[in-house]
Design a protein around this ligand. Structure first.
Ligand SMILES: Nc1ncnc2c1ncn2[C@@H]1O[C@H](COP(=O)(O)OP(=O)(O)OP(=O)(O)O)[C@@H](O)[C@H]1O
Ligand SMILES: [Mg+2]
Length: 256
């Protein structure tokens, strides 16, 4: 698309599928593979990227950038890992992201990041299209519900129309119940590949509560999933340490 950094949007039809959780963990995982990443929170109505990264939005936010009140660079926060991100305001401001403005913002960041990850709002409103049209590829996050598959289909159709690649689906919050849509059903209905299946796991809630993303834990199985996705995106290899299972077992027994 002519940008210097590759732009990946994390999208979904329904709310609450795990986009922000994905954006935070994937950005950190890419960073762990040596990339410089900028992650943008474009979900202006219910932002929580900063919180999931253990920050409270400080001086400047995405809204200030959109209004042109501060320079893009001033609104960057930096995570301990070196990940750069732009939070959105915790207050409802009524701001919106037009496609043109989004292009300008992404262009501005593009020069100094290998990759940009966009945490998009749910649904098919302006924010979705603004993210999609500046993306080189999108990752769709869905839960294993039959209704959700229809949303994924709509995303696939829109992406097709606008000639944007979809890297694949992250099937999140899988509990293994019979009533759930399976990976195969989702793939055959949508024509997209499920690139990773992530279980519904209490560690996710815990990690969000403690504001410590799971990729920061070297032995988390969910964390390893994101490292595998990041490895694929960057042409690297990731193999989970052989003793991670032992460490997890030990933690379970001792409750640490
Ligand atoms: N694999 C998982 N296991 C358990 N809980 C999860 C998992 N993934 C996400 N959650 C929980 O689901 C909730 C929604 O996650 P998240 O905020 O990432 O979704 P979202 O798609 O960004 O939502 P929104 O559309 O509102 O922006 C959070 O409370 C999170 O803790
Ligand atoms: Mg979100």
């Amino acid at each position: 698309m002519g940008y210097m950094s590759e732009v990946i949007s994390i999208v979904s039809g329904k709310g609450g599928t795990g986009k922000t959780f994905t954006a935070a963990n994937l950005s950190l995982a890419l960073q762990q593979f040596g990339e410089q990443v900028v992650c943008l929170d474009t979900d202006l109505d219910s932002p929580n990227l900063a919180l999931q990264l253990g920050h409270t939005p400080e001086d400047y936010t995405m809204e200030d950038i959109l209004k042109g009140e501060v320079s893009e660079l001033k609104a960057i926060s930096v995570h301990d890992s070196g990940l750069m991100f732009v939070p959105s305001s915790l207050h409802l401001t009524g701001d919106r992201i037009s496609e043109d403005r989004m292009k300008e913002v992404v262009d501005r960041f593009s020069g100094f990041a290998d990759r940009m990850v966009i945490d998009s709002p749910p649904g098919f409103k302006e924010g979705f299209y603004s993210s999609m049209k500046i993306s080189d590829r999108m990752i769709v996050v869905t839960n294993p519900e039959f209704q959700a598959i229809q949303d994924v289909k709509k995303i696939a159709e829109e992406a097709d129309k606008h000639e944007v690649n979809i890297e694949g689906i992250i099937l999140n919050k899988v509990e293994g119940m019979l009533e759930e849509a399976s990976k195969e059903e989702i793939e055959s209905t949508t024509g997209l590949e499920v690139i990773k299946t992530i279980p519904h796991h209490k560690d996710v809630l815990k990690s969000i509560h403690t504001m410590r993303p799971l990729v920061s834990d070297p032995h988390s199985k969910v964390g390893h999933s994101f490292k595998e996705i990041a490895a694929n995106l960057t042409g690297n290899q990731f193999k989970s340490p052989w003793y991670s299972g032992l460490v997890r077992g030990f933690k379970k027994i001792t409750g640490v």
